[in-house]
Ligand binder design. Structure first.
Ligand code: SER
Length: 848
């Protein structure tokens, strides 16, 4: 059975049991407590905890893409060295939110495994939590008692993260045959590979809080997870996931690139690459980019680990990017967004490979030199240098030490990181967002989602349905700061980069901001007088709204311009739309040239000048995408979506507020272009009133400049001034050089000792030497708290080196040089006079 068929069979089976099939949610979850989506249940967390009402039907099934490369479930270090660890994998799952529980979950699982997959019953075992008598009894209806094992928390208790939903679990194991495995650990419950866990049924019963307290969930639920990779391998009679049709195509490709055949025993590097290319491609396709911190840094670590394994195979130039075609070929049928961004993903990977390859050879040299000196503990200082200077992530260095059984002095490494205020700290963990846990569920159950009516209007008479305090707890009356829910609201809740609306509840309160929580549109307010639920109030959206709309529509035009001028690989990577400015981040491999920026600006301004009426349509999501409307990855779109278009210039899926005609935007200026992270650029721009203000400021500045320049053309005038300054400087230099030096004569030798504030003292000495037969001259020049001393001697009984040296000593310095020319430095400015007198005395004595 091919992996594609396993996936389909699973989803079809649970569909036939009444489950709704849900597409995979993004790898970057909408949950600040998690680095990546690490299990199929993650998108449903708030349903399990009862924060939002359960959906209808309350049973679902999905094939969820997951990454375990950081946080609680981190498999990165093992990948490549075991038969079944992956950074990226697909998890098949069925979920019940308080509908069915252990009995049905167990019965479904058994039916699927034995009747759909048709795995022989005499190869199957199950485990239960030691305290779970109920599951133990239930399993006995399907499988002999001696095939059911009971284990403790380590094996049979599952938790999403340090906090969140959790519960005891049951696992189904598949025996791959005694004849194929020989390790002492190959028994049920051991660490060997013979008994393979294929499916985990979690009986979600608790929510764990940060202090460890376990609170029972409102309704006991089911979360199951079956690794597509493991089951595919079994179905294909393979002992390692890497031997299945999910990985062999990459492994074969790598063998072609490096020209060395793959063998399982020595093939860890091939496996690492075949795993990592999937994580890297999916993360980039979903909008995570290589970065110095946070998720982008994890992505960088994964890619660099793969590049280093390529290096071990003798591949010394970028190659990972070539494997992207294979990922798209094998997985693009199900995950179609991969194909859309194929070219830009390849370019991003190639550039990142180049960046790392530029330092890898010197890094490896440093590593090997240190390794030769290492006995068990590898220097934390060198590991830090490898990290800081050569871009070797710590776990890459650890991976390189693996064969020898050595490890890095991580304590020292950490100290150095802290000392340098290292930027690689897991930024996501410090997001500070503890998640809000308010009375949203109660509000949703009582009122449902409230309606936004502000597309065409900026005021309304509305009823206050609910008031919440600052912790989102419901209250009847609000006096001060809190949140309000109206039955219908003209205030736009922040979304899609567009800032939330502000304004007022006439006579009662200032509206400071508006946000969405689980579909509820809530405005943040500060009351002027107490306000109660049930009250009918009149609402006004602030005037800022029209400027926000102009900046939002300008963002759409900018997006269209970027695609037109730079290419269709441009994908939005973030945006921010405010009343006075806009910011747009997008994937593009290099900085934009001035010429490109001008073209983009012109394109937008021309579109504004030509004018185009806005058209908004509600369309089916698939029809919208097929009509060419730009959609964002990871954005949760409903079945029906709002499509905003401006003539034939731009068409995007968007819920934001816009102008009626783009001519309202007035004018558009790009104010800055910069890089955000590898492969991601940022354009900042302004339009409408801000653009006018910007242009007027520039004009005023120019006028001031003109006044200052007596009405001349500024550019010409500045060029002329620069020319004049240069001429004056040259003149000054010549004047100092030509300053007459008083030469006296001692026994036929011309002698001078002078302090010169300006001028090229070495040049002057040369000139004097050229103009006279025999000379002893010393010049001292104080500048910037230092004194330079230079001396020249020609046809005289004195040594320049000796002379400057003795004078420099008086000035608290040192120096010396040849007999005919020498220089020295000093710092004691107060002794300049004394030094001069000494220099005269010194030379007089020599010449007498
Ligand atoms: N959440 C459980 C796991 O990841 C079952 O889906 O194993």
């Amino acid at each position: 059975m091919k992996n594609l068929d396993v996936r389909q069979a699973y989803l079809d089976f649970f569909k036939s049991k009444g489950h709704e099939v849900i597409p995979s949610a993004p790898l970057v979850p909408n949950d600040p407590t998690l680095l990546f989506t690490n299990a199929g249940m993650v998108p449903f967390k708030s349903i399990f905890t009862g924060e939002v009402p359960r959906p209808n039907p309350p049973i679902r099934t999905s094939c969820q893409t997951c990454i375990r490369a950081g946080g609680k479930h981190n498999d990165l270090d093992n990948v490549g060295y075991t038969a079944r660890h992956h950074t990226f994998f697909e998890m098949l799952g069925n979920f019940s939110f308080g509908e069915y529980f252990k009995k049905d979950a167990i019965a479904y699982a058994w039916e699927f495994v034995t009747e759909v997959l048709k795995l022989p019953k005499d190869r199957l075992y199950v485990t239960t939590h030691e305290s779970d008598d109920e599951a133990y009894e239930l399993w006995q209806k399907h499988i002999a008692k001696d095939r059911i094992y009971r284990f403790g928390d380590k094996d049979n208790f599952w938790a999403m993260g340090d906090t969140g939903p959790c519960g005891p679990c049951s696992e189904i194991f598949y025996d791959q045959g005694a004849q194929n495995f020989t390790s002492d650990e190959d028994y049920m419950g051991g660490d060997g590979d013979r008994f393979l866990e294929i499916w985990n049924l979690v009986f979600m019963q608790f929510e764990r809080s940060a202090d460890g307290t376990m609170t029972p969930l409102p309704k006991p639920s089911i979360d199951t997870g079956m690794g597509l990779e493991r089951v595919s391998a079994i179905m294909q009679g393979k002992f390692s996931n890497y031997d299945s049709d999910l990985f062999m195509p990459y492994i074969n490709e790598v063998a072609k690139i490096c020209g060395k055949p793959y063998e399982y025993a020595t093939g860890a590097s091939y496996r690492v690459i075949s795993d990592h290319i999937r994580s890297v491609t999916f993360l980039l396709a979903q909008g995570t980019n290589f970065d110095k911190e946070g998720r982008g840094y994890v992505l960088r670590r994964i890619l660099r680990r793969a590049v280093r394994h390529g290096y071990l195979l003798g591949i010394k130039e970028p190659f990972m990017y070539k494997l992207v075609d294979k990922v798209c070929e094998l997985m693009g049928g199900h995950y179609t967004y991969l194909n859309d961004k194929k070219d830009v993903i390849k370019e991003q990977i190639r550039l990142e490979e180049e960046r790392f390859l530029a330092t890898i050879a010197s890094g490896l040299e440093l590593f090997n030199a240190e390794l030769a000196k290492t006995d068990e503990i590898f220097s934390g200082d060198v590991a830090f240098k490898l990290y800081d200077t050569y871009g070797f992530p710590l776990d890459l260095t650890a991976d390189m030490l693996r064969d020898k059984g050595f490890r890095v002095d991580e304590g020292r490494f950490e100290t150095l990181m802290i000392e340098q205020k290292a930027r690689a700290k897991a930024a996501w963990r410090g997001s500070g967002d503890k998640g809000t846990k308010g009375d949203f569920k109660a509000l949703l159950e009582r009122f449902g989602e409230n309606e936004f009516i502000g597309y065409d209007r900026a005021e309304s008479n509305s009823k206050i349905l609910a008031l919440l305090d600052e912790n989102f707890k419901e209250i009847d009356e609000l006096n001060g700061a809190g949140w309000v829910m109206f039955d219908k609201t003209p205030f736009y809740a922040q979304s899609g980069g567009q800032k939330g609306d502000s304004g007022e509840i006439v006579n009662f309160a200032d509206v400071l901001d508006t946000q969405k929580f689980h579909g509820l549109n809530l405005s943040q307010i500060n009351t002027k007088k107490p306000i109660k639920i049930g009250e009918n109030v009149s609402l006004n959206v602030s005037d800022e709204r029209s400027e926000i709309a102009r900046h939002h529509s300008a963002t759409h035009l900018l997006h269209a311009a970027l695609r037109k001028i730079l290419g269709s690989h441009i994908a939005q990577a973030g945006s921010s739309v405010e009343a006075t400015k806009l910011r747009f981040d997008f994937s593009h491999p290099k900085a934009l040239s001035n010429d490109e920026l001008c073209k983009i600006e012109n394109f937008v301004n021309e579109a504004i000048a030509n004018g185009a009426a806005a058209k908004t349509e509600i369309m089916n999501i698939e029809d919208a995408k097929n009509s060419g409307a730009i959609a964002l990855f990871g954005e949760k779109y409903d079945e029906n979506v709002r499509v905003v278009s401006f003539g034939d210039v731009s068409k995007e899926l968007c819920g934001g507020t816009h102008v009626k005609n783009v001519s309202e935007i007035g004018a558009f200026f790009i104010t800055k272009e910069s890089g955000v992270s590898a492969g991601v650029r940022r354009i900042e721009a302004i339009c409408s009133k801000s653009a006018l203000k910007y242009a007027l400021n520039l004009r005023d500045e120019l006028n001031l400049l003109r006044d200052e320049l007596k009405n001349a053309q500024p550019l010409e005038a500045v060029k002329k001034l620069k020319g004049e300054i240069k001429a004056l400087k040259d003149e000054l230099k010549n004047a100092s050089n030509n300053k007459a030096i008083n030469l006296s004569e001692i026994n036929g030798v011309k002698v001078a000792v002078e302090i010169l504030q300006n001028g090229d003292i070495k040049g002057i000495i040369d000139e004097i030497k050229n103009a006279n037969e025999s000379v002893c001259v010393m010049l001292l020049q104080p500048k910037d708290e230092k004194i330079t001393i230079a001396a020249g001697v020609k046809n005289a009984n004195a040594k320049a080196g000796e002379w400057v040296k003795s004078v420099a000593q008086i000035l608290g310095g040192n120096g010396g040089g040849r007999d005919d020319f020498a220089t020295a430095g000093g710092k004691d400015l107060g002794k300049l006079g004394e030094a001069k007198d000494f220099a005269v005395k010194f030379i007089k004595e020599k010449l007498s």
